[in-house]
Design a protein around this ligand. Structure first.
Ligand SMILES: [Zn+2]
Length: 525
């Protein structure tokens, strides 16, 4: 019964209208407390004395064993990335205050070919679409106090480096931060209502900690620091190593990127120790009544984490996720991590992808929703296109979104056959794009998120974009198309891929005769 589906849901857009009910009983914690005070990072810039090249983070406990986060046959992967940033995070959740206090130490290596005169940190909770409030204090650079400069409405901190950081040199940053989470209830004017897609916050008794720590952005021809449009994904980051400790109420169940172990400290609080690598972000979600079902695929433990009352939905999510992992492990390349979590949350997106963890809108878990399969598979396939093969989600969103959408169709074709897939191709991609064309508002699919309004973004990137991959498959043939996907994956795993990298895979496997298709669908026509 897959026909007639209105399958439009994808990450970060087109949620199935789970409109908050303003008459619903209050369920969140009180958030009436003083507004966050301005950070001491807003003071005029001062230059730190830079002591060069600490080779490792100063030990604060046992060395993290990142191998635990990797499948047995991929445990050398972390050793191939000696220049990846190392994060050491301690997060303490105060559930009554809907707040997180954190300590972060990070070791950053200049992996570029040019000296860096500054290092940036992104404070995404301060972005208008997140609705949180993050304040950084006690910032040190190689052990010396340093003052950073706030930019972009407090969502970026610039740490000047004098002298500039030479290629291959390292710096160690240390800082404390406090994070006020947006919630169901909030005093007028103190926080943004809604918090965008509710990727971050304390809503419906669920704590979601997406991008809840200062993140180093990507440097390519400069630092990628910008305020992303609220209708697209905001984070653009390199793979890194995460050693994370989270302390929170003992009654809560935690799901997080990577692999975590729990040690009950006392009757009231629990501490989870998590390692994740090489991953380009870290996310954690907590809730009292989460239930967990899991299944091993190859040696990946796929976990479905769902509200206790949604057992049927939770089991379906697990089935869809394991089917997707099994297919793409075999056809594209292996998911290298030990664990993948599929987590029900009150996000207002259909679903959102993070490395090692995807969140799925709670409304799909009720009433046997047929949309759930598309959304779960789409988000799971982002582990290949976004998590493992990274891309600039802000400026080149088609590279992960359109490819993920088309690969979702390939999943349906593999599982349900060609007739089902061809009907979905028509209803999910062709027909909505045809309707857009009739309005005269067609645009290339390869533009930045900012070039589209939210409606155009959905139709052009998520519905027109996949048609490029379909046309390419029609022209090169089934076998060659899968080979292109394999090549693109293998050549760009743990890297940031660009459209040129995609075209290199196409040309390398199929020859240059097919490059014109790119101009027709993706490039500027
Ligand atoms: Zn997506």
């Amino acid at each position: 019964m897959l026909f007639g589906l209105l399958i439009l849901s994808a990450c970060r857009l087109l949620a199935p209208s789970p409109t908050p009910d303003p008459t619903a009983p209050a369920s969140g914690p009180s958030t009436s407390r003083p507004s966050p005070t301005p950070s001491d990072t807003t003071a005029p810039t001062a230059t730190a004395t830079v002591t060069r090249s600490p080779s490792t983070l100063t030990p604060s406990g046992p060395a993290p064993d990142y191998d635990e986060a990797l499948r047995r046959s991929f445990r050398d992967d972390d050793e191939q990335l000696p220049n990846a940033t190392r994060y050491d995070l301690d997060l303490t959740l105060d559930i009554e205050e809907a707040a997180v206090s954190g300590h972060e130490r990070l070791l950053y290596t200049n992996a570029e070919t040019v000296p860096l005169e500054a290092l940036y940190l992104r404070l995404f909770p301060n972005s208008p679409s997140y609705g949180g409030a993050m304040t950084v204090t006690n910032l040190t650079l190689n052990g010396q106090p340093v003052v950073a400069v706030e930019e972009l409405e407090g969502s970026a901190l610039r740490v000047d480096l004098e002298p500039a950081l030479a290629p291959e040199e390292q710096v160690e940053l240390s800082l404390d931060f406090s994070l006020a989470l947006p919630t169901d209830q909030h005093p007028a004017g103190s926080r943004e209502p809604g918090g965008g897609y509710r990727q971050l916050g304390y809503y419906d008794e669920t704590v979601a900690l997406a991008n809840a720590y200062p993140i180093v952005p990507v440097y390519d021809d400069g630092w990628n620091v910008e305020l992303a449009p609220s209708h697209g994904d905001a984070v653009f980051s390199d793979v890194a190593f995460f050693d994370v400790t989270i302390t929170g109420p003992a009654e809560m169940v935690l799901a997080a990127s990577g692999t975590c172990t729990s040690s009950l400290e006392d009757g009231e609080t629990d501490t989870w120790a998590c390692v994740a690598a090489p991953m380009r972000d870290f996310n954690a979600v907590l809730r009292d009544d989460y239930r967990v079902e899991s299944e091993d695929v190859d040696d990946v433990t796929v976990k479905s984490v769902f509200y206790a009352e949604h057992e049927e939905g939770g089991e379906r999510a697990l089935d869809y996720a394991t089917d997707a992992v099994r297919l793409f492990n075999a056809r594209i390349g292996a998911y290298p991590f030990s664990e993948l979590d599929v987590v029900e949350t009150p996000t207002l997106a259909g679903g959102i992808e993070y490395p090692g963890l995807v969140v799925i809108n709670t409304s799909y878990y009720e009433g046997g929703s047929q949309r759930m399969e598309w959304v779960v598979v789409h988000e799971v396939l982002h582990q290949w296109w976004y998590s493992m093969v990274g891309n600039d989600q802000v400026d080149e969103p088609w590279l992960d979104e359109a490819l993920t959408q088309y690969c979702t169709l390939l999943y349906y074709e593999d599982k349900y056959g060609e007739d089902v897939a061809s009907r979905l191709l028509e209803s999910v991609f062709r027909e909505p794009y045809r309707q857009l064309e009739e309005t005269g508002n067609d645009k290339p699919a390869g533009l930045p998120v900012s070039a589209y309004n939210s409606g155009e973004y959905g139709t052009i990137v998520y519905q027109k974009g996949p048609l490029y991959f379909h046309e390419l498959r029609e022209e090169v043939g089934e076998e060659v198309f899968w080979e292109i996907l394999e090549q693109y994956f293998e050549q760009n795993r743990y890297r940031i891929a660009t459209p040129e990298d995609w075209l290199a895979a196409v040309e390398g496997v199929a020859g240059e005769a097919y490059l014109d298709l790119y101009e027709t669908w993706i490039g500027n026509q």
